[in-house]
Write a protein that binds this ligand. Structure first.
Ligand code: FDA
Length: 569
């Protein structure tokens, strides 16, 4: 049925794509086609098992994108995972449901994205959510599970809550008391999902609490609605590029699709093509369609349709490291303990770190611009960095995320600096849509990013030395004091951190929502500059990293995107 014309074609049936497809197809007169490269994972235990994080990695539902060797990141290539399935990356992610700090979303508006602020986005976080109120109060008491009813939505498609396997042995309270006993106490935060994230919390997940299975975008936004006759999904179908209508203005006629049997076809969209292929695919689809930097396009024999050099620029991710300790207890349940320290709680001397960083911003901006071929201008980058500096040192957003995961006789503590300054890029390496891209996040390019990572490790060491938790933990097994001594300076941490970090799998801003003059790829209606009917609605558009995890914000942005698109019908 590739002869048919659809009103909207959504490229990528992932986290954001299924939200937009669902909301548009609420209008009976509107015909929506979702084209998804992966298949259905409805019954895939690597997806549904709430204790199975990581089981899908390296399987055929993991794109497992590879970066170039990371010059400042130990010289090694990194694998950046992403889901290839109906539901996208929400089918393989860690299910953590944590939003952002109010001021971080307000920063989107500060750089010129009118209307994109916390006040306007908060209703969309709630619109998508079906918060499952924990009802077993015995379970609540020992688990530390808590929430503020006002922060949550109850009628949305996406189930959010805790599983019955949540540890209920009082460990959450021990950890809380320990945080209060730290040299700079970390406050208790009853519910971090209302826009104030600093503190220690027991966070919720995207999970069906009753059935104890993962809740993903397909389970929430597609399967319950699959009988809608105006909502169509093609699985195992790869979009190669956009097809333009004849004429000078860039109006997409549709897309070229490659099917698994080796054939290709052009499918037409009478209204719009909506890119939702993820931050490491949507910018490539733009380039393959002639939207991007003419120097890059011409190198691969692609004619420039729209000169938009920042497509694929501004790539930001975080660096994930871990410490591990022995535990005196054997744990079998799930835990969801998070600490979000602000700069004052993480850095030994926040005021002087802040002052030093402020002085370095012009040099940092120049370095980022130059490392990316001066496609993004140093002056613009410096402005973004000042916004980020204000967030850290004036709005006191969390500067790190510290997770604590008890498992068997082990405590793992994964962590990352929340807002690294380094920015890299992603571009096509060939006009062949199946060729791997050149991905370079430039992890650890700037020393502040490295220092935040070191201070997070020191913070975790302090946590494990602080009572009452100290009593429950044994020796540090990774890196261990013989590898990184107790009083190691930053240099002493370098080798361990840089040879053991991984991508935090939070790539953003590769088709950033910003005014065009400062490097934006999409405007505030998420339309690609210079096109009349092409939008991007996935992680690519998010202009700054958020302190929470990405999915809740991506769901909310996609919910708002759907309303913006509907308002134009
Ligand atoms: P997403 O990847 O969901 O969707 C893109 C879709 O497009 C995919 O289905 C893909 O197959 C498809 N596609 C790509 N190219 C195509 C083409 N050419 N044609 C057709 N289809 C195409 N976040 C969080 O909040 N909590 C967490 O615990 C975690 N944990 C986590 C763990 C891991 C391992 C990863 C990889 C990521 C996380 N994240 C996370 C991040 C979060 O899950 C992620 O940012 C979002 O799901 C991304 O949503 P998008 O809609 O941007 O892309």
């Amino acid at each position: 049925n590739s002869e048919t014309t659809y009103d909207y074609i959504v490229v990528g049936g992932g986290t954001s794509g299924l939200v937009v497809a669902n909301r548009l197809s609420e209008l009976e007169k509107v015909n929506v086609l979702v084209i998804e490269a992966g298949g259905s994972v409805y019954n895939n235990p690597n997806v549904t098992d709430t204790a199975g994080y990581g089981n899908a990695f390296g399987t055929d539902i993991d794109w497992a994108y590879e970066t170039v060797k990371q010059e400042w990141g130990g010289g090694i290539k990194q694998t950046v995972r992403a889901g290839k399935a109906l539901g996208g990356t929400s089918t393989i992610n860690g299910m953590v449901y944590l939003r952002a700090q109010t001021s971080q979303i307000d920063a989107w508006e500060k750089i010129g994205n009118d209307g994109w602020n916390w006040k306007n986005l908060f209703p969309y976080y709630r619109k998508g959510e079906q918060f499952q109120v924990p009802t077993d109060y015995a379970f609540l008491e020992g688990s530390g599970v808590a929430y503020d009813p006002a922060y949550h939505g109850y009628d949305g498609p996406l189930k959010v809550g805790w599983t019955s396997t949540q540890l209920n042995d009082g460990l959450a309270q021990v950890v809380n008391t320990t945080y209060q006993n730290m040299s700079v106490p970390v406050p208790y935060n009853r519910d971090p999902n209302g826009g104030q994230m600093v503190g220690y919390s027991v966070y919720p997940k995207t999970v069906n609490s009753e059935l104890n299975i993962r809740e993903d975008a397909a389970r929430a936004y597609y399967y319950p609605y699959q009988n809608r006759t105006n909502l169509h999904v093609w699985l195992n179908s790869n979009v190669n590029k956009l097809i333009w209508k004849n004429g000078t203005d860039a109006t997409a006629e549709g897309v070229e699709v490659a099917f698994s049997n080796g054939t290709t076809a052009v499918v037409k969209a009478s209204r719009e093509v909506i890119l939702a292929a993820g931050a490491l695919k949507s910018p490539l689809l733009l380039e393959l369609s002639g939207v991007g930097n003419p120097d890059i396009l011409s190198k691969h024999g692609i004619e420039t349709k729209i000169n938009l050099p920042t497509v694929g620029e501004n790539l930001q991710d975080q660096m994930n490291n871990g410490l591990a300790y022995d535990s005196k207890t054997n744990y079998t349940g799930a835990a969801s303990y998070v600490a979000y320290p602000s700069a004052e709680e993480l850095f030994t001397n926040a005021t002087s770190i802040g002052a030093q960083l402020l002085r370095k911003l012009p040099a940092y901006a120049a370095q980022v611009a130059s490392a990316n071929g001066n496609v993004t201008r140093a002056a613009d980058i410096e402005r973004f960095f000042k916004v980020q500096w204000d967030l850290i040192f004036k709005s006191h957003i969390p500067v790190a995320e510290i997770l604590l995961e008890p498992s068997g006789f082990t405590y793992d503590s994964e962590y990352w600096g929340s807002v690294p300054f380094s920015r890299g890029n992603i571009h096509i390496s060939s006009a062949d849509p199946t060729a791997p891209a050149t991905i370079d996040p430039k992890y650890f390019m700037l020393d502040f990013d490295f220092h935040a990572q070191v201070e997070s490790a020191r913070f975790i060491r302090e946590l494990f030395k602080t009572e009452p938790f100290a009593d429950m933990a044994g020796a540090e097994t990774s890196p261990g004091l013989s590898t990184v001594s107790a009083n190691a300076n930053d240099e002493g941490w370098s080798s361990f951190l840089k040879s053991n970090f991984r991508s935090n799998f939070h790539p953003i801003t590769t088709a950033g929502m910003m005014p065009k003059e400062i490097g934006g790829v999409v405007d505030t209606s998420l339309k690609v500059y210079g096109t009349s009917n092409v939008r991007v609605v996935d992680a690519s558009v998010i202009p700054f990293q958020v302190c929470g995890h990405l999915q809740s914000t991506i769901y909310a942005v996609a919910e708002r995107a759907a309303d913006i698109i509907k308002a134009e019908i």
